[in-house]
Design a protein around this ligand. Structure first.
Ligand code: BG6
Length: 473
């Protein structure tokens, strides 16, 4: 096993799933705050059930998260003990611009992240910052309709200008939108879209997609103007689609399914819409407002690197197979060759190698795995330990696969940040019991618990992995 000397090992978290303190420090209300835990969650996240403020009788896990807002020093110290070289975390837009359309930013919010980044640097940890990880001010949804309105591009430009100016010298790696392709599946979470009865959802989604893509390119341009050494990346919810069989129809369906997501990165990495996407818009009667300036901005500001999350591969069948195989928000067909997590996500380390190769072949830009991990239930033993060998097994096999992608296939990989390096609120279910961390957080699905942090067995294992630069797995 060998990894490049400067390989960026670390972990990943996001503001909406960790910070809590939803009404402190001058922060405004965000879409993610009002997505409840429980059966309504999917409908709200998908924009099918309008919930733009807190309603009685629901549990809103983002309100408190794991209280990272108040405990970040303790948490970063634990990450440093594991030897993290990098920490991926996100900015809550509402801390910087509580409504989103103000002229001036909120100093208290800016100061909070400045303190967090300085705390990281104290331990030699390089922050890797997602500008929007599923969150946006609720005010922008109520007043402007979220990302389907292109005025959001201007507000985003203002946000990134403030961030790049303020954190120049503190943050080098930035990601513009987390899992940008999730907008198609979770449009409220990804873009603040709420649909009215009879609204053309596809049209609204793809206009929002375009606005985000343009905003992302502007961010790249603005960053490079402010500090040419900044590196801007896009972020894809990745995982190649396998045809269920070698029937040509299945193979074609898998190709089309991959393209549904590749389209985003094709634009961000190549600077223009691929022809298959333009044909699809034509076929489906989707009319996107694209200006000449948009075209130029997209063309001139492609990303410096491509980041991805990978939890599982996906499988597609065109026959009437059961559609019960999940996998990171994308429903698909169950793959009979793979075991699954307790949440039904297929476990496929080789799929990671396949995905990395597909992306590197397609774009030839450096890749960065910014999410990977196993969501599982953990039990505390009588002696207080947590023996999460299942998590270690999952991570070990995926790390081996990425090592092979680097050394046997020649993929250029910048780093690896394990998702939810400390237990946090699950994005898809709102549960705490779907745990990914090396560090256990005492909190249950109903929000009860002391929030005490406790190292799991995987904590020392990951420390050893980093110490040995991936040699000792
Ligand atoms: C990704 C998201 O989709 O997967 C994270 O970027 C999310 O925010 C992660 O938490 C794992 O998904 P889940 O639903 O298990 O939390």
């Amino acid at each position: 096993m060998s990894f490049p000397n400067n390989f960026l090992w670390g972990g990943a978290i996001a503001a909406n799933q960790c910070e809590g303190a939803y009404n402190e420090g001058g922060r405004g209300l965000a879409n993610v705050d009002v997505i409840p835990h429980g059966p309504q969650r999917f409908d709200v996240a998908m924009g099918l059930r309008e919930m733009l403020e807190f309603e009685d009788g629901y549990n809103y896990p983002a309100k408190e998260g794991i209280d990272f807002y108040h405990r970040y020093k303790e948490d970063i110290a634990l990450f440093a003990q594991m030897g993290f070289k990098t920490l991926r975390l996100s900015i809550a837009w509402t801390r910087i611009f509580p409504h989103g359309d103000e002229e001036e930013p909120n100093e208290e919010g800016l100061k909070f992240y400045e303190n967090v980044f300085k705390e990281c640097h104290k331990y030699g940890i390089e922050p890797l910052v997602t500008i929007t990880h599923f969150d946006m001010p609720i005010y922008l949804i109520k007043k402007y309709g979220g990302w389907k309105n292109r005025i959001l591009i201007d507000f985003y430009k203002r946000l990134v200008t403030v961030l790049f100016t303020r954190y120049k010298g503190l943050v080098k790696y930035w990601l513009t939108f987390n899992e940008i392709n999730d907008i198609l599946f979770m449009p409220f979470m990804g873009a603040g879209l709420v649909f009215k009865d009879g609204e053309d959802q596809k049209q609204a989604k793809y206009q929002a997609v375009h606005n985000e893509l343009v905003a992302s390119s502007w961010a790249t341009q603005i960053a490079h103007e402010i500090d040419p050494s900044m590196k801007i990346g896009c972020m894809l919810a990745a995982g190649s689609h396998y045809p269920y069989s070698c029937r040509p129809e299945d193979v074609f369906a898998a190709m089309e399914k991959d393209r549904e997501s590749y389209m985003f990165i094709d634009v961000q990495a190549r600077g223009y819409y691929p022809r298959y996407a333009l044909k699809m818009f034509e076929r489906e009667g989707i009319h996107i407002q694209i200006t000449k300036e948009d075209e130029n901005i997209l063309k001139e500001n492609t990303v410096d690197f491509i980041s991805l999350s990978y939890y599982s591969s996906r499988c597609i069948s065109t026959s009437e197979n059961n559609k019960d195989g999940l996998g990171n928000m994308f429903a698909g067909t169950k793959n009979p060759y793979l075991k699954e997590s307790q949440w039904g996500w297929a476990i496929d380390p080789l799929g990671l190698r396949i995905t990395l190769n597909a992306l590197y072949d397609r774009y030839q830009k450096p890749l960065f795995i910014v999410e990977n991990g196993l969501g599982a239930k953990d039990e505390i033993e009588e002696d207080g330990t947590i023996q999460d060998d299942y998590r270690i097994d999952y991570l070990r096999e995926h790390i081996k696969a990425m090592e092979q992608a680097i050394n046997e296939d020649g993929v250029d990989l910048l780093g690896y940040t394990a998702w939810g390096c400390i237990d946090l609120v699950s994005a898809s279910t709102g549960e705490m019991s779907k745990r990914y961390g090396f560090i256990y957080v005492d909190k249950d699905d109903q929000g009860n618990g002391t929030l005490e942090r406790r190292k799991k067995k995987s904590f020392d294992w990951y420390k050893k992995v980093i110490e040995s630069n991936g040699n000792d797995l």
